[in-house]
Design a protein around this ligand. Structure first.
Ligand code: DGL
Length: 297
């Protein structure tokens, strides 16, 4: 039997990148309530040791657990690589992780040359090695650890000239290469998909793991016999470990922009709450929240 009285769906990332996944989740399930938590206080995760990423991710999921979420989407390839197995052993709710979309990018029955852009940590972890093994060795997979890119996106915003320059710099050694596909294996890079696309010939397909993650989330919820609401308005609560309300407003604007660009849902039907988390370690102590309607500045 389907459970009808349900809680929210938690979505977690180190920073702004998870907003790209959140937008796709809202579009797929426009009657649901979502709690988005970013841990910008400790971002970028991709430059940290795996043990630190595990620690910060555990901490953040403890916080989400305290908010009685029904499931958590780890909207971060890096945190998934470093932590998903331990998280699944620790928490009772379903945890949906992400991986670079290499499988959909490689040609079946032929060899392909694919560029995988991700954080250094994602590319170094055993999860990525297992992914490489699963696709076989007829493909040429070029790994591009994008040192500094998440940091620039966090600091200057996705559409800044600093970010554009950084992508240019990272791709410099591959100028003469031809790729059959490019995989954006970090949710932050999905926010700047257009900038990536402009650096390659028009017919180069850019892949990301967002849609696959949304499908997997729906599958997991159904497996739990949890009903899914498709009738709006969607409710979204945005939280960040930095305690900065300016940052939350930026997250809100980024979310609205993503939704507007995708054009799938009516923005005025969206309810957005910005909430300070206090220190993430003080579980259960939440500051009063501030409500924003989708079109307030
Ligand atoms: N959005 C994260 C990912 O998908 C970025 C990691 C970071 O904070 O470096 O990997």
């Amino acid at each position: 039997m389907e459970k009808v009285n349900h809680g929210s769906i938690g979505v977690f990332d180190s920073g702004y990148g998870g907003i790209s996944v959140l937008a796709n989740l809202i579009e797929a399930m426009p009657g649901e309530s979502f709690v988005f938590l970013s841990d910008s206080k400790h971002a970028p995760y991709g430059e940290l040791a795996p043990g630190r990423v595990l620690e910060h991710t555990m901490h953040s999921l403890e916080y989400l657990k305290d908010l009685s979420v029904d499931a958590v989407v780890i909207a971060c390839n890096t945190a998934t690589s470093a932590a998903v197995e331990v998280l699944r052993e620790t928490f009772a709710f379903p945890i949906i992780g992400m991986e670079p979309a290499v499988k959909p990018a490689v040609k079946k029955g032929a060899s392909s040359r694919i560029l995988v852009a991700a954080t250094a940590l994602t590319l170094k972890e055993s999860k990525f090695a297992a992914l490489m093994e699963s696709i076989g060795d007829q493909h040429e997979i070029v790994r591009l650890p994008c040192h500094g890119l998440v940091d620039q996106i966090e600091k200057y915003g996705p559409e800044s000239t600093e970010v554009d320059k950084k992508i240019e710099e990272l791709l410099e050694p591959y100028k003469s290469f031809q790729f059959d596909g490019v995989v954006l294996g970090c949710t932050h890079y999905v926010l700047i998909k257009n900038q990536w696309q402009k650096k390659f010939p028009k017919d180069t397909v850019i892949y990301d793991g967002n849609e696959g993650t949304v499908r997997q989330t729906i599958r997991m919820l159904k497996k739990q016999s949890r009903s899914i609401s498709f009738q709006g308005p969607a409710k979204v609560c945005l939280m960040d470990s930095s305690q900065s309300i300016e940052r939350l407003i930026k997250s809100k604007n980024l979310l609205l922009k993503q939704l507007q660009n995708n054009g799938e849902i009516a923005l005025e039907q969206l309810q957005i709450e910005l909430r300070k988390t206090n220190e993430l370690c003080e579980f259960g102590k939440h500051n009063p929240s501030i409500w924003h309607t989708a079109n307030s500045k």
